[in-house]
Design a protein around this ligand. Structure first.
Ligand code: HEC
Ligand code: HEC
Length: 113
């Protein structure tokens, strides 16, 4: 009896596990960090998941923004590898600051300081 109670308890827990990622080409992170990492991209660029993904299929590469994002991930990894302390100094947010197109110059001052 107790055995069946345990099984019935475990089935829904198992069903809630996110599916194994099928199409990771640049990210080398533990599965548990995938969704937090994705949320950090969305927050850094001020966008929703579907800016880079097809609505229901996260493994699909059909959305061209996803390939741009892969190149950005590789670029950020490359920049960080050039610091000598091995720490992460440059993230998506460092450039993007909540926008899809990073600024190359400060916005015109609205008032003199
Ligand atoms: C800035 C673009 C971007 C945003 C925004 C983004 N993703 Fe992703 N996502 C990617 C890229 C790029 C990959 C593939 C990484 C790789 O190839 O290693 C990926 C992979 C994934 C995967 C793995 C799919 C598989 O089976 O291979 C999941 C799941 C996922 N994203 C979910 C999300 C969710 C949920 C959100 C919103 C919270 C989100 N993503 C927001 C770019 C993005
Ligand atoms: C060194 C600065 C820099 C960093 C770091 C950076 N980006 Fe970018 N990113 C840019 C620039 C500049 C553009 C705009 C390029 C253009 O307009 O053609 C851009 C554009 C993009 C775009 C296309 C947006 C759109 O809708 O047009 C995506 C997606 C993106 N970046 C994702 C990321 C992600 C994810 C990260 C972190 C892994 C990241 N970027 C880190 C500079 C950066």
């Amino acid at each position: 009896m107790r055995f069946f109670a345990t099984i019935l308890f475990l089935i829904p827990l198992y069903a809630q596990q996110p599916p194994e990622p099928k199409n990771l080409k640049v990210l080398k992170i533990p599965p548990a960090e995938l969704i937090p990492t994705m949320r950090s991209y969305a927050a850094a660029l001020g966008i929703k998941c579907d800016h880079c993904h097809m609505a229901r299929d996260f493994a699909s590469d059909e959305n061209p923004k996803k390939e741009i994002a892969r190149a950005m991930i590789a670029m950020a990894q490359d920049i960080n590898s050039k610091f000598h302390d091995g720490k992460v100094h440059v993230t998506c947010y460092t450039c993007h600051r909540g926008a899809t197109k990073p600024l190359t110059a400060p916005p015109p001052a609205t008032a003199e300081k």
